[in-house]
Design a protein around this ligand. Structure first.
Ligand SMILES: [Zn+2]
Length: 393
């Protein structure tokens, strides 16, 4: 395995001067995020808009119209809801079925390495009243892709992201369903491309850019994965999607999105249970519980952008008014760069790489403007808690 230094800054167009939002804990290193003259990030600005400028009862009427246009009443499915059994997809499916009278088909793309709690939540969700199709790709191919993606994209989770993005579209075409309903638009809610802030849909053309870091599934043929092996991860033919009139919508456009409230809702309605211990790299117990590999996805994000899982969790909880910024900063300091030890050995075996190779891969993804090497190992040149230290508090 030849590991070369990556141009993270160029690839993701990262600003060389690191700034932190004055209201949350997010930095300007999140790809596609925008900071205004007051030093406030686009996600915080959008949360102001959610609170004060959007007429949510009008949006609810739009949702009723959308459902009325798509409802079938002939026994066929009328909406596809991508759902792992976690709090967000389960909330969407439950709302559409029981508040809006839709007949959803829920679809799940299998985790790389499922956790017990994730599987239990999916089962409980199905038991609470839903049809579900689980898509499970060839395990050997998935492992190979996870290894290649770790090395070439700095993200072992990429094969999952391909499947999770494309499988619902396949199911829509196959079952003649025109509506696919996701939860939140991450680009808008958490900082990114704001072009969809005021419209409910997402363009298929943005998938490569927003979800696949510019590398579509077919790229991996260059690394010896056959088209046949890549098929389950690939998007359906765009012509099929168009002639099926498939549209991707976000519930977060129609209803004010609040992950913590979704958690309370699903605990009550879909049998959702949180983890007994917090996830590594953050303080939360109820988000992204399904996969033993995903800690490495978040950890590599921390290496590439200096943004770990706590930075993201704390930022949206600050925006949602659940915690104060100071508390968020303290949590970032405590948990953000925590290495995912719990499944490390399993991860190495899964990807068929050694500890030494993985450490080399990590270092190949560290941008020079974010990291310095000291006698104690690597440290971030800029961290949100430095401003607290500078104030002497
Ligand atoms: Zn912010």
């Amino acid at each position: 395995m030849i590991i070369t230094k990556k141009d993270v800054t160029g690839q993701y167009n990262l600003p060389l001067e690191v700034k932190f939002c004055r209201r949350c804990t997010m930095s300007n290193q999140r790809p596609r995020i925008h900071f205004d003259e007051q030093g406030i990030c686009s996600a915080c600005r959008f949360s102001d808009v959610k609170r004060s400028k959007i007429d949510w009862s009008e949006r609810e009427r739009e949702l009723r119209d959308l459902c009325d246009r798509n409802r079938k009443n002939n026994g066929e499915y009328d909406v596809i809801v991508p759902c792992s059994g976690g709090k967000d997809g389960s909330f969407v499916a439950h709302q559409l079925k029981f508040e809006f009278g839709m007949n959803p088909l829920t679809v799940t793309w299998a985790p790389l390495q499922a956790t017990e709690i994730g599987r239990r939540n999916l089962d409980a969700f199905i038991q609470s009243g839903f049809d579900n199709i689980l898509g499970t790709p060839n395990g050997a191919v998935t492992r190979k892709l996870a290894r290649l993606a770790t090395q070439h994209m700095g993200d072992p989770f990429q094969p999952f992201i391909y499947g999770q993005t494309n499988f619902p579209l396949h199911m829509a075409v196959k079952h003649n369903v025109q509506l696919v309903m996701y939860g939140e638009n991450g680009e808008v809610e958490y900082g990114g491309d704001m072009k969809n802030a005021f419209r409910p849909t997402r363009d298929l053309e943005d998938h490569d850019k927003h979800y696949f870091s510019g590398l579509p599934v077919e790229f991996w043929t260059e690394h010896g994965v056959s088209l046949a092996d890549l098929k389950p991860f690939s998007a359906p033919n765009p012509e099929q999607v168009r002639s099926n009139k498939t549209e991707i919508h976000f519930l977060g456009y129609y209803k004010s999105w609040d992950p913590q409230e979704n958690y309370y809702y699903c605990r009550e309605h879909t049998g959702f249970t949180p983890n007994t211990e917090r996830s590594e790299g953050t303080y939360s117990k109820y988000a992204s519980l399904d996969d033993r590999i995903d800690g490495f996805h978040y950890y590599l994000g921390f290496i590439k952008f200096g943004i770990g899982r706590t930075t993201s969790d704390a930022s949206h909880e600050i925006r949602d008014g659940k915690i104060e910024r100071e508390e968020g900063i303290a949590l970032v300091r405590r948990y953000d760069g925590e290495f995912p030890e719990r499944y490390y050995k399993e991860f190495l075996e899964y990807c068929d790489i050694t500890d030494e190779q993985f450490r080399e891969i990590l270092d190949s993804w560290r941008p020079d403007h974010l990291w310095r090497k000291t006698s104690n190992g690597w440290e971030l040149k800029h961290a949100v808690w430095h401003e607290i230290d500078a104030l002497g508090t």
